[in-house]
Design a protein around this ligand. Structure first.
Ligand SMILES: [Mn+2]
Length: 385
């Protein structure tokens, strides 16, 4: 059984206000060519099909196009689950009908199920576990023990019933498994916590096709039978991913389990790069259409730096000044970036949760607190890029 494993397409994503749909279509064309050349038995998309619950029409069109080409033109069964960015109900629309055409989608918890495919060694059960917040699983499965992500995943797997003996099993899930490495473009699953699950949740599986983390990687599971893997995202979605190539994973399952995993690289339409130096020196360098974060080492102010850089580098997305303090120009730009505002909102939610128990505590951050937190977030981001 050969499985083409991919995840975290994030269709409809904005990268520093630039629409990435064309970039996504470009690499999805490559994915379709890989499928055409390699003829896998199944394609697995492990969540975050879209970047947000209500995706833009262009993103919906692109997903429709790709799923149609994979399942109808190439006749390869395709399995997809909802991730934490997706709306479970919207992604799950028409799932029963689409399943008849071998496009197997699990959006909501109620749509979790197994899909069985056969090869020369027998049957393989693919277990589809869509992402759902613990409180959603608690309500739908009626399992009061569910308090965190790990219990939510266990409960969903238990609800599917015991594994038929003698068959190989593949789990498809969207989760943060302990020991895996993160990057900046993943949205944390919980407020004020990591939301991790132990690898032992997947005991008894031969392969676990994961989504959520954007870096392709195996999760170390010493002594365990399961091979647990993130395929990584389709494209780099933050400047913290500079230097990590994106790929899809071609997984081979023989009678005994996973025998081989191949990373097949994807080439983006434009690279994501960081460029650092003095303003005049950078302007004298070769022009480029890459998506750029420019770090200027000049100490003196530069009039209209962004516009002048864009004349030579049309896709400069962020300009930072390395020699200015946190109150300088770039700190203001950081605050306007929607992704950073997100972090602030996240912190505000966390703050409310923490102080909710104390009756006389201030429930909301005041303006001075907000500024303090925003500056700390901006400084931490800069230090970690
Ligand atoms: Mn994701």
């Amino acid at each position: 059984m050969r499985i083409l494993h991919t995840s975290d397409w994030h269709l409809g994503r904005l990268f520093h206000r630039v629409h990435l749909t064309e970039d996504q279509a470009h690499v999805l064309d490559q994915l379709i060519e890989v499928a055409r050349a390699e003829r896998p038995d199944v394609i697995v998309v492990a969540g975050d099909l879209y970047d947000r619950a209500v995706p833009p029409p262009q993103a919906v069109e692109l997903l429709d196009e790709v799923f149609t080409r994979l399942t109808s033109e190439l006749s390869i069964p395709t399995i997809a689950i909802a991730g934490n960015h997706d709306s479970a109900e919207r992604v799950g629309f028409g799932a029963r009908l689409l399943g008849q055409r071998r496009l197997h989608i699990a959006g909501t918890v109620g749509q979790a199920r197994s899909v069985t495919l056969d090869d020369a060694h027998g049957s393989v059960d693919f277990v589809l576990v869509p992402y759902a917040a613990p409180e959603v699983v608690r309500a739908i499965c009626g399992d009061e023990r569910v308090r965190g992500h790990e219990a939510a995943l266990r409960s969903q797997l238990e609800a599917l019933g015991p594994a038929p003996s003698g068959r190989r099993r593949v789990a498809i899930a969207h989760a943060f498994v302990e020991g895996a490495r993160t990057c900046d473009s993943e949205r944390p699953l919980t407020v004020g916590g990591a939301g991790t699950v132990a690898a032992s949740v997947f005991e008894g599986f031969d392969y676990v096709a994961l989504g959520h983390l954007h870096r392709p990687q195996d999760v170390a599971t010493p002594g365990a039978k399961a091979r647990i893997r993130y395929s990584g995202s389709l494209l780099p979605y933050s400047f913290s991913e500079v230097g990590y190539d994106k790929s899809v994973s071609l997984v081979e399952l023989d009678a005994a389990g996973v025998s081989r995993v191949q990373e097949i690289p994807l080439s983006p339409r434009r690279k994501v790069r960081v460029m650092q130096g003095r303003f005049e020196e950078l302007l004298a360098g070769p022009p480029s259409e890459d998506y750029l974060l420019v770090r200027l080492d000049d100490r003196e102010p530069i009039l209209d730096a962004m516009a002048r850089l864009r004349a030579r580098f049309p896709n400069v997305l962020v300009v930072e000044r390395t020699k200015l303090g946190p109150s300088g120009h770039d700190a203001r730009e950081e605050l306007q970036d929607p992704r950073r505002i997100d972090t602030l909102e996240l912190f505000e939610q966390f703050y409310r949760t923490v102080v909710a128990a104390e009756d006389d505590a201030e429930r909301e951050l005041d303006e001075a607190d907000r500024t303090l937190v925003a500056e700390a977030v901006a400084a931490a981001r800069e230090a970690s890029v």
